[in-house]
Design a protein around this ligand. Structure first.
Ligand code: ADP
Ligand code: MG
Length: 376
């Protein structure tokens, strides 16, 4: 077990890293953050911020020599970086697991080979791989294999000529073409799995997206107990087939009452932010626990919760220095606000979130929706 006040290493300095720093600090650990951005949300509050690229040899040497374990908040850290670090210091999750999750083709192939249900898809390496007009895959979504997030690097296409145009617009980078499904709704499960294979799952969250970006999470999800339970089972199965150690987010589509795995995130997940306020142990503390070899904390939820993301869109376009009407949020006794300390508000950029807690899920939804619409 690695005990406080040991120094822990975090690759990535975004809001997920920032919550990790806060959790680690509360437990008495110190944190070194590696992130190339001078103003990264996590770097600003870390004990040490190494401001360098993720493949900078001197930076990797420094973090490996000064930290007793290393984790990541960013699935696009080069897998080679994790491999190098793992030669001298425990790295959780492993480079192999991150490598699968950071590439849509390996992710889909892994899920399919593991016998997990996924949407119909085709791997597109070259224009000639695009299915003909009579293919059942259309209408479909073309997704770049690497570096896509929050709906970026995706195009909806209804036939071959649109698919060709979209593929060209993505510079013919490797893609996955996925059948566009009629979703009943979406859910996710965040879990932690430790080095001994013990798993703690957080309750199934019901997620709605706006323009491909998570908007609202309702927990527990309102769907049937059977679907919620099956999502938990499938998420555990993903973690086990990956021999995963760390915190994992698994996103699902619900289609005709059946679950399909959409994607996996080898890190805490936006839909797990409610755990900060509504669970005995939050997802970031679990991340600290796995990497330090502590036993997992209880993931029990003590209060129904609704989380709403705060995007840069709610800052006035013409005067971004004017803050949204925070008194609407901060004046409410059962609402917890979290801002990430990002200097610049941009459309679609995740600036913060709030979570409404209540003894009644319906009341939490009502209040959250009311505040959400007042902020717009
Ligand atoms: P990202 O990495 O941007 O989160 P996702 O593949 O999860 O990429 O897509 C973002 C959102 O777009 C999903 O949560 C879902 O709402 C919608 N979406 C993605 N793929 C499909 C699909 N095959 N059918 C219907 N909706 C989809
Ligand atoms: Mg997603």
């Amino acid at each position: 077990m690695i005990l406080p006040p040991a120094m822990l290493g975090m690759l990535g300095g975004g809001q997920l890293g920032r919550f990790f720093v806060i959790a680690a600090h509360e437990m008495g650990y110190k944190v070194t953050v590696l992130d190339p951005d001078q103003n990264s949300p996590a770097g600003k509050i870390a004990d040490v911020h190494i401001c360098a690229k993720y493949d900078d040899a001197a930076a990797l040497k420094q973090i490996a020599e000064t930290c007793q374990a290393i984790t990541t908040e960013f699935e696009n850290v080069p897998a080679a970086t994790l491999k190098t670090l793992a030669q001298s210091v425990p790295v959780r999750p492993s480079a192999d697991a991150v490598a699968i999750a950071q590439h849509r083709v390996s992710e889909k192939n892994f899920l399919k080979e593991a016998g997990l249900p996924v949407a119909p898809y085709a791997v597109i390496d070259a224009e000639s791989d695009l299915p003909a007009d009579d293919s059942e895959i259309y209408p479909a979504i073309l997704k770049v294999a690497r570096f896509g997030y929050d709906g970026k690097g995706q195009a909806r296409v209804t036939n071959l000529s649109e698919a060709k145009a979209a593929f060209a617009a993505f510079s013919e980078e490797e893609c996955v073409l996925e059948k566009m499904l009629k979703l009943d709704y979406e859910v996710s499960v965040v879990l932690a799995r430790d080095v001994n294979g013990h798993v703690a799952t957080f309750p199934t969250a019901e997620n709605s997206h706006l323009n491909g970006i998570l908007d609202v999470s309702i927990v527990p999800a309102r769907g049937s107990d059977a679907v919620n339970h099956q999502a938990q089972k499938l998420a555990i199965s993903v973690a086990e087939k990956l021999q995963y150690t760390g915190v994992l987010g698994v996103e699902f589509f619900v289609c005709d009452g059946e679950l399909l795995v959409n994607e996996i995130a080898p890190r805490p997940h936006n839909s797990g932010h409610y755990t900060l306020d509504a669970c005995i142990t939050n997802q970031f503390e679990q991340q600290v626990r796995v990497m330090t070899g502590l036993p997992l904390g209880s993931s029990r939820q003590h209060s129904p919760a609704v989380m709403v993301n705060l995007l840069g869109d709610i800052w006035p376009n013409e005067a971004p220095q004017i803050e949204p009407a925070w008194q609407l949020v901060l004046g409410l006794p059962s609402l917890k606000m979290h801002l990430y300390g990002k200097a610049e508000a941009r459309a679609g950029r995740k600036m913060g979130h709030f979570t409404v807690l209540s003894t009644s899920r319906d009341d939490a939804i009502k209040l959250a929706m009311q505040v959400r619409s007042e902020l717009k």
